[in-house]
Design a protein around this ligand. Sequence first.
Ligand code: FES
Ligand code: FE2
Length: 467
Amino acid sequence: MSLQRGRAFADDAETLIDRSIFSDPALHRQELARVFARSWLFLAHESQFTKPGDFFTTYMGADPVIVSRQRDGSHKAVLNSCRHRGMRVCRYDSGNAKAFTCPYHGWSYGTDGALLSVPEEEAAYGDGLDHSAWGLAVVPRVETYKGLVFGTWDTEIPPLAEYLGGFTYYLDVLVDLDDEGATAAAGVHKWRMRGNWKFGAEQFAGDMYHAYSTHLSSMIAEAPNSKGIRPPEEGFQVGLPGGHGLGGYPGYPYWHAQGFSAEVEDWIGSMLERAAERLGPARATGAVLIHGTAFPNLSLLWNRWTLRVWHPKGPDAMEVHSWAILPKSAPPAVRRALLLDYQRHFSASGTWEQDDAEQWNYSANGSDGFVTASLPLHYGMGTGREPNKNFPEFPGTVDAVYSEINQRHFYRRWSELMAVPHPAEEAASGASSSGSLTSGTFASETPASETPAPQTPVTESAKAVIA
Ligand code: FES
Ligand SMILES: [Fe+2]
């Protein structure tokens, strides 16, 4: 069984997944171009930047970037790679800077990427170095959704809110609960682990099925806090156009099952009541949203007040960046309780995080052998079912809580993008004469996709001017 036309699916019914998508180095190189350079990618939360010059370093796909606040209050992202020999011009996780000076030979760049100065410029280059052509590559589009800062290399995909589409209906339950909105707790947890990035993204998109197996020992340890409060039997998964997905349960008072003090429980309960007036009850109190993924690699846990990005590090490893996203209006005792609850369950120290990481580690290990690689994986849960009619206000296709509808949505979008070569691939291989990576441009024309048009179409070109 082998991949055809860049599809993730190994069958026409789209219920089997070819394992090579988790292990093949060539496919990994392709998805950096075809998926990551053509999607909106989460960069940071606005609350990480309070002053001009505040910066945060992260990745877009495998490309290191610096995100910073400019004097006009906007955010800019630039490639963290010197134009002279490629050295990282900034090796800090975050901070404040007026300029980034490359440690190798000392070229100095503004936070907007402009090349400001070059040591011994006259002796080294005479007047032969055009500063305007040798700045850091600037990410051409940066947009914000209610405090969440995203960037994309693709100049032609729809604006961010349109790209997120129906996912924003659910995202608001984390970032728009009241007038004050959300804030990121200081510090971003970062760690690396074995496993393809898609293991994390697809699980958070649609896999409630693993919870009682993978997390059983954590659940048993926490049982004394739960007071017998459990999720209802019948929950939901929601698959959205564009590959986004999420899942949860009908509303139940989950915050009484987490060992919080009465003060914290009261505040959460009343805050959700206020949110129901603001957002409508269907998504605020009528449902408890649990897990979700905005395609490709931003995932959330509403009930643990966190979001994270799965950065690819080769086909079989990822670097996770994880934030605690808390209601700004929460008093200090509530913030502390929510932060500790997040850290106990998720982040590098979380028991549930380690439960998941163990599965992805050995799933990676189970896909790189010769025989294992030839055996497709079963993604057929929930096919042929009638839609779940219990949540009529929800945007998207709603199914039962145990379903792989969201994983199938995710891999359909992945396949649509992977089916269309990125112009930079052709330029890099010499197949195109209209642009090249060395000229500082990704641009050229792309053949139309053979697949049906998704909500967010694969763009005709991804012009990312990097000078
Ligand atoms: S690599 Fe940056 S100045 Fe030489
Ligand atoms: Fe999990």
